[in-house]
Design a protein around this ligand. Structure first.
Ligand SMILES: O=C(O)CCC(=O)C(=O)O
Ligand SMILES: [Mn+2]
Length: 418
C-alpha cells in the first residue's frame, strides 16, 4: 500500500496516517467543513497559538526581506502604497544591464528603504510564481477549492493605515507571517461581488459596528469571502502578512458560456436582432429568452457534464516542470522510488494506428509506450506508485520494464518524484 505524505518543509499539522488538506493545515478544520460552512459564506479566524503551528515553512520576515532586498526584483512584482495611493514605479526603479539588454524597471532596494522609512506599505505581487513554498501552498489550496489562487505579501511599517477600507472581488486567506496587524471588518455592501463589480462605496457598511475587530499575530489565519469590507492597520510594530487571493469560477461564468453555446446551436437565435425598431426588438428579446429557457431546461446530462469538465480543465494548475531535475531524477530512479502524476502532465491515453503502441498526450508532445504496458501506464497516471508496485499489480510487466516506463514518463514531465 502506498501512502501519500505532506511535502517536506510544509506547514506542520499532519496527524498520524492522515494527510490534512492545505486548507486544514492553515485553518485547522476539515476541508469539507470549510467548504460547507465558510467558503463564499462567512469569515473564519483561527489562532496559530491554538493550532500549535506557524507559517515559517511558507514565509518568514527573512524570506520576504530577501525578495525586497534582492537585485533581481522588477516592477510590477512590487507595489508601493503611500497614504492609500500607489507610488509611480519610476520613483523606486532604476536601470540595470543584463547581458546586452538595458532593463528600465529593476527595483532599487535603497529607494524601497526610503519609502519604508516614510511609512509606505510594500506589496510583493505574485509570490506564488517566485517562492516555491508559497507556490505549492497556493496550488494545493487551488485544488482544494477548484479555484485560481495567487499570493501577495503586504509589508507595513508600524503605525500605518495601509489600504483604505475596501472589499476585494476575490476571497482572501490572510496568513500572518511576522509582527501584527489590526483588522476591522464589516459586512459586505454587495454580496459576493464579481470582478466587474469593484468600486461600490463602502461607506454604508462602516456606519455599523464592525463584525470583527481583531489583531492578527504570527500564525493566525483569517478567511474573508469576497465582498467583506476591511481596513487593516498596524499599531506599535510592523506587519508582514501573506494574502492568498482566491478567484472562484462562478455560475455567471459557466452560464454565460453555456448560454452562448446553446444559443449558437439554434438558427432562430442566430438571427439578427431588429434594432431598427426598438419596440419589436424588445418583444423579440422576450421571445428569444423564452426559447432559450426551453432549450436550457432540456439540457442533457452529457452536455452539462461536458461543460463542467471544460471549466475544471480551465482552472487546473500545472505543477512546475523541473528543467534539469526531471532527467536527474529519471537517471537516479530505483524500483522503490515513489512517483506521482504531475498535475497538467498528461491528458489522454489512446490506442495508436500502430497496434504495438499506445499514445500519451501531453501539453507539448505525444509520447508512445509499448501497448503491453498499457495497464501499468494507467496505474502510473492514476496515483502514486513505484516500479516494484506496478510490476506486482501487473503480472505481465517485469520490474525493469516498469522502471523504464516510469523513467520515460519522468523525463517527459508526465510524472514527478512524490
Ligand atoms: O494590509 C493592507 O494594507 C491591505 C491588505 C488587504 O487589503 C488584503 O490583504 O486584502
Ligand atoms: Mn483587501
Amino acid at each position: 500500500m502506498i501512502h501519500s505524505s505532506a511535502p517536506a518543509g510544509d506547514i506542520p499539522g499532519a496527524s498520524a496516517g492522515r494527510v490534512p488538506s492545505a486548507v486544514e493545515r492553515c485553518f485547522g478544520l476539515p476541508l469539507e467543513e470549510f467548504r460547507d460552512a465558510h467558503w463564499g459564506r462567512r469569515p473564519l479566524l483561527v489562532r496559530g497559538a491554538q493550532l500549535g503551528r506557524s507559517f515559517d515553512a511558507v514565509a518568514t520576515a527573512g524570506s520576504v526581506d530577501a525578495v525586497l532586498s534582492g537585485s533581481a526584483l522588477r516592477a510590477p512584482f512590487i507595489r508601493v502604497i503611500q497614504s492609500g495611493t500607489d507610488v509611480a514605479a519610476a520613483q523606486y526603479t532604476t536601470t540595470a544591464s543584463v547581458g546586452s539588454e538595458r532593463l528600465q524597471d529593476v527595483v532599487d532596494p535603497a529607494a524601497l528603504a526610503r519609502f519604508w522609512d516614510r511609512g509606505a506599505t510594500l506589496v510583493l505581487n505574485s509570490l506564488h510564481r517566485t517562492q516555491e513554498p508559497i507556490g505549492r501552498l497556493s496550488r494545493e489550496i487551488g485544488r482544494d477549492l477548484g479555484a485560481h489562487v495567487q499570493a501577495n505579501a503586504y509589508i507595513t511599517p508600524a503605525g500605518v493605515k495601509g489600504l483604505p477600507a475596501h472589499y476585494d472581488t476575490h476571497d482572501v486567506m490572510v496568513l500572518q507571517i511576522d509582527g501584527s496587524k489590526r483588522w476591522i471588518i464589516h459586512e459586505p455592501v454587495l454580496e459576493l461581488p464579481l470582478p466587474a463589480q469593484q468600486g461600490h462605496d463602502v461607506g454604508p457598511a462602516t456606519v455599523h459596528p464592525p463584525l470583527i475587530d481583531t489583531v492578527l499575530r504570527p500564525g493566525d489565519a483569517l478567511y474573508l469571502p469576497r465582498g467583506y469590507v476591511h481596513a487593516p492597520e498596524t499599531r506599535n510594530e510592523r506587519s508582514i502578512h501573506l494574502t492568498l487571493g482566491i478567484q472562484a469560477i462562478t455560475w455567471v461564468d459557466v452560464l454565460r458560456d453555456l448560454v452562448g453555446s446553446v444559443a449558437a446551436d439554434d438558427p432562430a437565435l442566430r438571427r439578427a436582432v431588429p434594432l431598427h425598431d426598438a419596440g419589436l426588438a424588445a418583444q423579440q428579446t422576450q421571445d428569444a429568452a423564452t426559447r432559450l429557457a426551453a432549450v436550457l431546461a432540456a439540457l442533457s446530462p452529457e452536455k452539462a457534464a461536458g461543460h463542467a469538465a471544460k471549466w475544471s480543465r480551465r482552472i487546473a494548475t500545472s505543477e512546475p516542470v523541473s528543467v534539469l531535475g526531471r532527467t536527474d531524477h529519471a537517471e537516479a530512479l530505483t524500483l522503490d522510488s515513489r512517483v506521482v502524476p504531475r498535475a497538467g502532465g498528461a491528458s489522454t491515453v489512446r490506442a495508436s494506428a500502430d497496434n504495438g503502441v499506445v499514445v500519451v498526450s501531453t501539453p507539448d508532445r505525444n509520447l508512445t509506450v509499448p501497448a503491453a504496458l498499457r495497464e501499468a501506464l494507467q496505474h502510473a497516471l492514476n496515483g502514486p506508485t513505484t516500479a516494484r508496485h506496478l510490476a506486482g499489480l501487473n503480472p505481465g510487466t517485469t520490474p525493469e520494464q516498469a522502471l523504464k516506463l516510469l523513467q520515460h514518463l519522468l523525463r517527459n514531465n508526465v510524472l514527478v518524484l512524490g
